[in-house]
Design a protein around this ligand. Structure first.
Ligand SMILES: [Zn+2]
Length: 125
């Protein structure tokens, strides 16, 4: 009577592990890229929100544009926006745009840009 075989051989397990390693090697860099890209997009959205709050504060006659004026229950944004990548925002004055400390760290990779002029093709704005 033939003996029943149970489980997998070492070679079979090694093949499965190799296939998983190849798939992970392809997927992980893409995952990192898309994650960075979505963080930058969310950051730009926050910067637009801060810019809108600044403009609203200026319209209301406020002269100081700081965190105490813009954020909170008496400000123009209820909760202070945070950069999803961990950058910090500089509100700036009436003539400048708000900026993120992570703005344009890599000129060749726009997925790392945390800047309001992201993707701008002309200077006319
Ligand atoms: Zn940012």
């Amino acid at each position: 009577m033939k003996r029943m075989m149970k489980g997998f051989t070492l070679v079979e397990i090694m093949i499965v592990v190799a296939i998983i390693a190849i798939l992970a090697a392809v997927a992980i860099p893409n995952f990192i890229k898309y994650r960075r890209s979505s963080q930058a997009t969310a950051c730009v959205s926050n910067l637009k929100q801060i810019q809108a709050a600044k403009e609203q504060a200026l319209m209301a006659g406020k002269t100081t544009l700081d965190a105490a004026t813009l954020y909170g229950s008496t400000g123009y944004i209820k909760v202070e926006p945070k950069c999803p990548a961990g950058g910090t925002y500089t509100i700036g004055d009436a003539t400048t745009d708000p900026t993120c400390s992570y703005s344009e760290t890599d000129a060749n990779d726009t997925s790392t840009w945390h800047s309001l002029d992201r993707g701008a093709t002309s200077t006319g704005g």
